[in-house]
Design a protein around this ligand. Structure first.
Ligand code: AMP
Length: 466
């Protein structure tokens, strides 16, 4: 099961209600998951949770938010693929024990969750969901029975293999943990009267706060009484920040691990011109995901930027639709051409990525029907050749068009006049983070953690480094 999610944690100094801030922050993170949303708050004596299937405004109304009393809390938006789309998997997830209640919100994916779950089930623990987050929750509860918070979380981290950005409520303490490779983003901000931690800095912005810094890989933050304490529980030589956050997943207005996503996408567009120049009349984006790179391409090449496609903004991402037929229908529903802009023109069409190839093929067909003379596709990621096991819902290897075909083959499948992908070097240069500190698993087939049946890059997580 693969998941894409957004997490939030808020801690206020006084009795200010955390739920409203969490609600706004989840709104800002809605693009990270549209399947379910949830908030858990604590008021010093009682924990309260509300969660449900659907978008943030479908799950919460004004009176719900008012009833969620508490000055500290966590929130979650979630999207998962087949098998996981049910209410039991909604987060925050609560686990009670003799020592109290733990609520947990997780972004990421563990690759050893089955093994850990089998072990915990043998000890008699009962699981209510099939999510790896419940495994983390049970394991933490177990560790906390014998250790204090710092030692318990350290022990927990020793067992988890994969990506995890966590917002946890241990009674009325907000505990934040980022995995030792910093695979999924997580950042810390200051807001009026307190602090916020969120998957993306855009959530801090909308609360009128300011970004303090990223949570460091392997770091734990504990918030209580209006302050926080930081513990670097694990320190590895290198990080493995997910490069797909920059390519597609994150909002362009977010700053992730020091890099503004908009800037990265602009630079990719500019670098694409050097790597794959095109002789064309206009540069056009596939909205919304190709817009920023298309602007970069147009600026650098001097070719006119002109929109050839218009998006219906009331339709979610087509990827979200289950089943291939639904996806194809969704593309038609989602995009229409602006005919006079493309008729008789040679068009450079910029998109962020090609996964299965279905979207590109349909868009190209649509543009040809509307009279485009030539269509030169430029893609802001290198070919995606391997699945993601670490928190991006990508597709299986069989479904990935570039896993089986060379670039000329993909060009033929999508029916483009030419196809150019940014190179891995060009991408890394555009991101501005050293190659050794990025996870490029989907582009290279080399993963930063050990995954059965896959190759591991040199940054294999060694438990001896804890
Ligand atoms: P396709 O090649 O038909 O699978 O669709 C690729 C398009 O889907 C890309 O251009 C992206 O805009 C979008 N996309 C890529 N990865 C994801 C993802 N993990 N979740 C949702 N949409 C995605």
């Amino acid at each position: 099961m693969h998941e894409e999610c957004g997490v939030v944690g808020v801690s206020f100094k006084d009795e200010a209600p955390a739920a409203l801030s969490i609600y706004y922050a989840l709104y800002a993170l809605q693009h990270r998951g549209q399947e379910s949303a949830g908030i858990t708050v604590h008021d010093g004596t009682q924990v309260r949770t509300l969660k449900g299937m659907g978008l943030v405004p479908d799950v919460f109304n004004r009176s719900d938010i008012q009833k969620l009393k508490g000055y500290v809390g966590i929130g979650h938006v979630r999207y998962s693929t087949t098998g996981g789309s049910k209410i039991e998997n909604c987060q925050p997830l609560l686990v009670s024990s003799k020592s109290g209640t733990i609520a947990i919100a997780h972004n990421g994916n563990l690759v050893n969750s089955k093994e850990l779950r089998d072990e915990l089930e043998k000890e008699g623990r009962i699981f209510l969901s099939d999510s790896d987050t419940e495994v983390i929750a049970h394991l933490l509860v177990k560790k906390l029975m014998h250790s204090d918070l710092e030692e318990g979380v350290r022990e927990l981290m020793k067992r988890l293999v994969g990506s995890y950005s966590l917002a946890i409520l241990v009674d009325n303490k907000l505990v934040i943990v980022r995995d030792p490779l910093g695979i999924k983003p997580l950042c810390l901000g200051q807001i009026d009267n307190g602090y916020i931690v969120a998957s993306e800095s855009a959530a801090i912005d909308i609360l009128n706060g300011h970004l303090i810094r990223d949570v460091a890989p392997g770091e734990m933050l504990v918030f209580s009484n209006g302050t926080y304490e930081s513990k670097q529980l694990v320190k590895l030589k290198n990080s493995a920040h997910c490069v797909f956050e920059y390519i597609y997943f994150a909002r362009p207005d977010s700053i992730i691990d020091g890099e503004l996503v908009y800037g990265v996408r602009m630079r990719i567009g500019e670098n694409l011109v050097d790597e794959h120049p095109a002789d064309a009349d206009i540069v056009s984006p596939v909205p919304d995901s190709g817009i920023t790179s298309a602007i970069g391409f147009a600026k650098k090449s001097g070719i006119d930027y002109r929109e050839g496609l218009m998006k219906n903004r009331y339709i979610g991402r087509t990827f979200i639709m289950p089943g291939q037929d639904m996806r194809e229908t969704a593309v038609r529903l989602k995009l229409n051409t602006i005919k006079p802009n493309i008729e008789g023109k040679s068009v450079v069409l910029v998109d962020d990525s090609i996964v299965r190839g279905t979207t590109s093929r349909r868009i190209i067909d649509l543009m040809r029907k509307s009279g485009a003379k030539e269509i030169h596709i430029r893609i802001a990621s290198p070919p995606i050749i391997s699945p993601c096991y670490l928190g991006i819902d990508m597709a299986t290897r069989e479904e990935l068009v570039a896993a089986h075909k060379a670039i000329k083959g993909v060009e033929a499948v999508i029916n483009a006049d030419s196809l150019g992908y940014i190179s891995i070097n060009g991408l890394v240069k555009s991101v501005g983070i050293p190659l050794d500190d990025l996870c490029l698993g989907c582009l290279t087939g080399l993963y930063p953690v050990e995954i059965p049946g896959e190759q591991c890059s040199r940054r294999q997580l060694k438990l001896s480094e804890f």
